[in-house]
Design a protein around this ligand. Structure first.
Ligand SMILES: Nc1ncnc2c1ncn2[C@@H]1O[C@H](COP(=O)(O)OP(=O)(O)OP(=O)(O)O)[C@@H](O)[C@H]1O
Ligand SMILES: [Mg+2]
Length: 246
Protein backbone atom coordinates (compact mmCIF):
# COMPACT_ATOMS: atom_id res chain seq x y z
CA UNK A 1 0.00 0.00 0.00
CA UNK A 2 1.22 3.50 -0.84
CA UNK A 3 -0.06 6.95 -0.05
CA UNK A 4 -1.05 7.55 -3.66
CA UNK A 5 -4.69 8.66 -3.63
CA UNK A 6 -6.94 6.85 -6.13
CA UNK A 7 -10.28 8.21 -4.95
CA UNK A 8 -11.42 10.92 -2.60
CA UNK A 9 -14.63 12.39 -1.21
CA UNK A 10 -14.42 16.06 -0.30
CA UNK A 11 -17.18 17.64 1.79
CA UNK A 12 -19.88 15.47 0.17
CA UNK A 13 -23.37 16.62 1.13
CA UNK A 14 -26.63 14.99 0.10
CA UNK A 15 -30.24 15.05 1.20
CA UNK A 16 -33.24 13.05 0.02
CA UNK A 17 -36.26 15.32 0.29
CA UNK A 18 -36.08 16.84 3.75
CA UNK A 19 -33.85 14.04 5.04
CA UNK A 20 -30.24 15.18 5.36
CA UNK A 21 -28.07 12.06 4.98
CA UNK A 22 -24.53 13.31 4.24
CA UNK A 23 -23.40 16.47 6.04
CA UNK A 24 -19.90 16.72 4.65
CA UNK A 25 -18.26 13.33 4.08
CA UNK A 26 -14.50 13.50 3.43
CA UNK A 27 -12.02 10.67 3.11
CA UNK A 28 -9.26 9.35 0.84
CA UNK A 29 -8.72 5.90 -0.63
CA UNK A 30 -5.08 4.95 -1.19
CA UNK A 31 -3.70 2.76 -3.96
CA UNK A 32 -3.73 -0.90 -2.97
CA UNK A 33 -5.62 -0.46 0.26
CA UNK A 34 -8.95 -1.87 1.26
CA UNK A 35 -10.90 0.65 3.30
CA UNK A 36 -13.75 -0.64 5.45
CA UNK A 37 -16.78 1.64 5.53
CA UNK A 38 -18.91 0.91 8.56
CA UNK A 39 -22.01 2.53 9.95
CA UNK A 40 -25.50 1.63 11.05
CA UNK A 41 -28.33 1.01 8.60
CA UNK A 42 -29.44 4.07 6.68
CA UNK A 43 -26.33 6.14 7.41
CA UNK A 44 -25.62 6.47 3.68
CA UNK A 45 -22.89 3.92 2.92
CA UNK A 46 -24.46 2.55 -0.26
CA UNK A 47 -25.09 6.06 -1.54
CA UNK A 48 -21.38 6.80 -1.07
CA UNK A 49 -20.46 3.75 -3.17
CA UNK A 50 -22.99 4.60 -5.90
CA UNK A 51 -21.64 8.15 -6.01
CA UNK A 52 -18.18 6.88 -6.85
CA UNK A 53 -19.45 5.61 -10.21
CA UNK A 54 -21.76 8.56 -10.80
CA UNK A 55 -25.05 6.73 -10.15
CA UNK A 56 -25.82 9.44 -7.58
CA UNK A 57 -24.71 13.07 -7.48
CA UNK A 58 -24.16 15.05 -4.30
CA UNK A 59 -25.98 18.33 -3.65
CA UNK A 60 -22.52 19.80 -3.09
CA UNK A 61 -18.97 18.57 -2.69
CA UNK A 62 -16.52 16.69 -4.88
CA UNK A 63 -15.80 13.06 -5.72
CA UNK A 64 -12.39 12.41 -7.23
CA UNK A 65 -11.37 9.34 -9.20
CA UNK A 66 -7.77 9.32 -10.36
CA UNK A 67 -7.50 13.05 -9.62
CA UNK A 68 -10.59 14.06 -11.61
CA UNK A 69 -13.83 15.34 -10.09
CA UNK A 70 -16.54 13.06 -11.51
CA UNK A 71 -19.51 15.06 -10.18
CA UNK A 72 -19.87 17.30 -13.27
CA UNK A 73 -19.27 14.44 -15.72
CA UNK A 74 -21.86 13.34 -18.29
CA UNK A 75 -22.87 9.71 -18.97
CA UNK A 76 -20.29 9.28 -21.70
CA UNK A 77 -17.48 10.39 -19.40
CA UNK A 78 -18.86 8.21 -16.61
CA UNK A 79 -18.53 5.13 -18.83
CA UNK A 80 -14.76 5.69 -18.66
CA UNK A 81 -14.93 6.08 -14.86
CA UNK A 82 -16.84 2.79 -14.60
CA UNK A 83 -14.00 1.00 -16.40
CA UNK A 84 -11.70 2.11 -13.55
CA UNK A 85 -14.14 1.64 -10.69
CA UNK A 86 -16.16 -1.57 -10.46
CA UNK A 87 -19.26 -1.94 -8.34
CA UNK A 88 -20.00 -5.42 -7.06
CA UNK A 89 -23.75 -5.78 -6.91
CA UNK A 90 -25.25 -7.62 -3.94
CA UNK A 91 -26.70 -10.58 -5.81
CA UNK A 92 -23.99 -10.74 -8.46
CA UNK A 93 -26.37 -9.24 -11.05
CA UNK A 94 -25.61 -12.02 -13.53
CA UNK A 95 -27.56 -12.41 -16.76
CA UNK A 96 -29.70 -15.52 -16.27
CA UNK A 97 -29.95 -16.27 -19.98
CA UNK A 98 -26.15 -16.48 -20.40
CA UNK A 99 -23.64 -19.07 -19.22
CA UNK A 100 -20.99 -18.20 -16.65
CA UNK A 101 -18.48 -17.88 -19.51
CA UNK A 102 -20.72 -15.55 -21.51
CA UNK A 103 -21.41 -13.43 -18.42
CA UNK A 104 -17.68 -12.78 -17.97
CA UNK A 105 -17.03 -12.31 -21.67
CA UNK A 106 -19.86 -9.80 -22.09
CA UNK A 107 -18.15 -6.67 -20.69
CA UNK A 108 -15.00 -7.43 -22.66
CA UNK A 109 -16.95 -7.73 -25.92
CA UNK A 110 -18.93 -4.57 -25.15
CA UNK A 111 -16.08 -2.33 -24.02
CA UNK A 112 -12.81 -3.57 -25.52
CA UNK A 113 -11.40 -4.49 -28.90
CA UNK A 114 -10.04 -7.78 -27.59
CA UNK A 115 -10.18 -10.78 -29.93
CA UNK A 116 -12.18 -13.88 -28.98
CA UNK A 117 -8.90 -15.68 -28.18
CA UNK A 118 -7.81 -12.89 -25.84
CA UNK A 119 -11.25 -12.84 -24.25
CA UNK A 120 -11.12 -16.60 -23.69
CA UNK A 121 -7.70 -16.35 -22.03
CA UNK A 122 -8.85 -13.54 -19.74
CA UNK A 123 -12.11 -15.27 -18.75
CA UNK A 124 -10.47 -18.65 -18.11
CA UNK A 125 -7.65 -17.16 -16.06
CA UNK A 126 -10.04 -14.97 -14.05
CA UNK A 127 -12.21 -17.99 -13.20
CA UNK A 128 -9.14 -20.04 -12.31
CA UNK A 129 -7.72 -17.30 -10.10
CA UNK A 130 -10.89 -17.43 -8.02
CA UNK A 131 -11.18 -21.21 -7.98
CA UNK A 132 -14.22 -21.13 -10.27
CA UNK A 133 -12.83 -23.14 -13.18
CA UNK A 134 -15.06 -25.86 -14.58
CA UNK A 135 -18.25 -23.79 -14.23
CA UNK A 136 -17.97 -22.05 -17.62
CA UNK A 137 -20.97 -23.73 -19.23
CA UNK A 138 -23.34 -23.56 -16.27
CA UNK A 139 -26.09 -21.01 -16.13
CA UNK A 140 -26.35 -18.73 -13.07
CA UNK A 141 -29.54 -20.54 -12.01
CA UNK A 142 -27.49 -23.74 -11.62
CA UNK A 143 -25.16 -22.11 -9.08
CA UNK A 144 -25.66 -21.77 -5.33
CA UNK A 145 -26.15 -18.24 -3.95
CA UNK A 146 -22.55 -18.21 -2.71
CA UNK A 147 -21.20 -19.28 -6.09
CA UNK A 148 -23.32 -16.63 -7.84
CA UNK A 149 -21.74 -13.97 -5.66
CA UNK A 150 -18.25 -15.23 -6.42
CA UNK A 151 -18.95 -15.35 -10.17
CA UNK A 152 -20.49 -11.86 -9.88
CA UNK A 153 -17.30 -10.61 -8.27
CA UNK A 154 -15.22 -12.27 -11.00
CA UNK A 155 -17.31 -10.52 -13.64
CA UNK A 156 -17.10 -7.15 -11.85
CA UNK A 157 -13.33 -7.17 -12.10
CA UNK A 158 -12.92 -8.66 -15.57
CA UNK A 159 -12.14 -5.17 -16.94
CA UNK A 160 -9.23 -4.96 -14.46
CA UNK A 161 -10.44 -1.90 -12.54
CA UNK A 162 -8.26 0.15 -10.20
CA UNK A 163 -10.93 0.32 -7.53
CA UNK A 164 -13.58 -2.20 -6.53
CA UNK A 165 -16.62 -1.27 -4.46
CA UNK A 166 -17.97 -4.09 -2.32
CA UNK A 167 -21.43 -3.54 -0.87
CA UNK A 168 -21.92 -6.19 1.81
CA UNK A 169 -20.33 -8.96 -0.32
CA UNK A 170 -20.47 -11.52 2.49
CA UNK A 171 -24.02 -10.82 3.69
CA UNK A 172 -25.93 -14.07 4.02
CA UNK A 173 -23.02 -16.28 2.98
CA UNK A 174 -21.91 -19.46 4.74
CA UNK A 175 -18.42 -19.54 6.29
CA UNK A 176 -16.91 -21.34 3.27
CA UNK A 177 -18.08 -18.76 0.73
CA UNK A 178 -17.30 -15.90 3.13
CA UNK A 179 -13.67 -17.02 3.33
CA UNK A 180 -13.52 -17.46 -0.47
CA UNK A 181 -14.74 -13.86 -0.92
CA UNK A 182 -12.14 -12.65 1.60
CA UNK A 183 -9.44 -14.47 -0.37
CA UNK A 184 -10.62 -12.91 -3.63
CA UNK A 185 -10.38 -9.43 -2.10
CA UNK A 186 -6.94 -10.12 -0.61
CA UNK A 187 -5.77 -11.44 -4.01
CA UNK A 188 -6.92 -8.24 -5.72
CA UNK A 189 -5.13 -6.16 -3.09
CA UNK A 190 -1.92 -8.01 -3.83
CA UNK A 191 -2.27 -6.86 -7.43
CA UNK A 192 -2.54 -3.25 -6.24
CA UNK A 193 -6.31 -2.98 -6.69
CA UNK A 194 -7.94 -0.71 -4.10
CA UNK A 195 -11.29 -1.41 -2.49
CA UNK A 196 -14.02 0.09 -0.37
CA UNK A 197 -15.67 -2.59 1.69
CA UNK A 198 -19.09 -1.80 3.14
CA UNK A 199 -20.14 -4.42 5.63
CA UNK A 200 -21.73 -5.31 8.94
CA UNK A 201 -19.51 -8.44 9.06
CA UNK A 202 -16.71 -7.45 11.44
CA UNK A 203 -14.56 -10.60 11.09
CA UNK A 204 -14.43 -10.05 7.32
CA UNK A 205 -13.73 -6.35 7.79
CA UNK A 206 -10.73 -7.19 9.95
CA UNK A 207 -9.61 -9.94 7.57
CA UNK A 208 -9.39 -7.71 4.50
CA UNK A 209 -9.31 -4.02 5.53
CA UNK A 210 -6.17 -1.98 6.10
CA UNK A 211 -8.15 0.87 7.61
CA UNK A 212 -11.69 1.19 8.85
CA UNK A 213 -13.87 4.31 8.67
CA UNK A 214 -17.06 5.01 10.58
CA UNK A 215 -19.87 6.90 8.85
CA UNK A 216 -22.22 8.27 11.45
CA UNK A 217 -24.60 11.23 11.54
CA UNK A 218 -23.59 12.30 8.07
CA UNK A 219 -19.83 12.44 8.57
CA UNK A 220 -16.81 10.18 8.77
CA UNK A 221 -16.31 10.23 12.53
CA UNK A 222 -13.09 8.28 12.65
CA UNK A 223 -10.67 6.34 10.46
CA UNK A 224 -8.15 3.93 11.85
CA UNK A 225 -6.10 0.79 11.46
CA UNK A 226 -6.87 -2.23 13.60
CA UNK A 227 -3.93 -1.33 15.86
CA UNK A 228 -5.29 2.17 16.30
CA UNK A 229 -8.72 0.75 17.21
CA UNK A 230 -7.22 -1.58 19.75
CA UNK A 231 -5.21 1.27 21.26
CA UNK A 232 -8.39 3.34 21.69
CA UNK A 233 -10.92 1.06 23.39
CA UNK A 234 -13.28 3.93 24.26
CA UNK A 235 -13.37 5.64 20.87
CA UNK A 236 -16.67 5.80 18.92
CA UNK A 237 -15.21 3.59 16.19
CA UNK A 238 -14.02 0.88 18.57
CA UNK A 239 -17.31 0.95 20.46
CA UNK A 240 -19.21 0.63 17.15
CA UNK A 241 -17.05 -2.31 16.02
CA UNK A 242 -17.62 -4.06 19.35
CA UNK A 243 -21.37 -3.54 19.15
CA UNK A 244 -21.43 -1.25 22.18
CA UNK A 245 -22.81 1.73 20.29
CA UNK A 246 -24.86 2.40 17.13
N1 LIG B 1 -32.99 7.06 -4.13
C1 LIG B 1 -33.32 7.40 -2.88
N2 LIG B 1 -34.45 8.08 -2.63
C2 LIG B 1 -34.80 8.44 -1.37
N3 LIG B 1 -34.06 8.15 -0.29
C3 LIG B 1 -32.94 7.45 -0.48
C4 LIG B 1 -32.50 7.04 -1.77
N4 LIG B 1 -31.34 6.38 -1.65
C5 LIG B 1 -31.05 6.36 -0.33
N5 LIG B 1 -32.01 7.01 0.37
C6 LIG B 1 -32.02 7.23 1.83
O1 LIG B 1 -30.72 7.61 2.23
C7 LIG B 1 -30.36 6.96 3.45
C8 LIG B 1 -29.07 6.22 3.27
O2 LIG B 1 -29.27 5.10 2.43
P1 LIG B 1 -28.14 4.00 2.16
O3 LIG B 1 -28.80 2.97 1.33
O4 LIG B 1 -26.94 4.64 1.61
O5 LIG B 1 -27.85 3.47 3.63
P2 LIG B 1 -26.81 2.35 4.09
O6 LIG B 1 -25.87 2.99 5.04
O7 LIG B 1 -26.25 1.68 2.90
O8 LIG B 1 -27.74 1.34 4.92
P3 LIG B 1 -27.70 -0.30 5.03
O9 LIG B 1 -26.59 -0.62 5.99
O10 LIG B 1 -29.04 -0.64 5.60
O11 LIG B 1 -27.49 -0.83 3.64
C9 LIG B 1 -31.55 6.09 3.85
O12 LIG B 1 -32.31 6.79 4.80
C10 LIG B 1 -32.32 5.93 2.57
O13 LIG B 1 -33.68 5.79 2.84
MG1 LIG C 1 -26.43 -0.22 2.05
Amino acid sequence: MTNEVVAEFRNFKKSFGTKVVHKGVSFELHKGECLGLLGGSGQGKSVILRSLIGLEKPDSGQVFVDGEDIVPMNEEQLIEVRKKVAYVFQNGALFDSMSVYENLAYPLRAHTKMTEDEIRDRVISQLAEFGLQGNELLSPADLSGGMQKRVGLARSIIMQPKVVLYDEPTAGLDPYNTIRIQEMILGLKERGVSGIFVTHDMPSAFAVCDRIALLLEGKIQAVGTREQLEAQPDSKLTRFVKGLEV
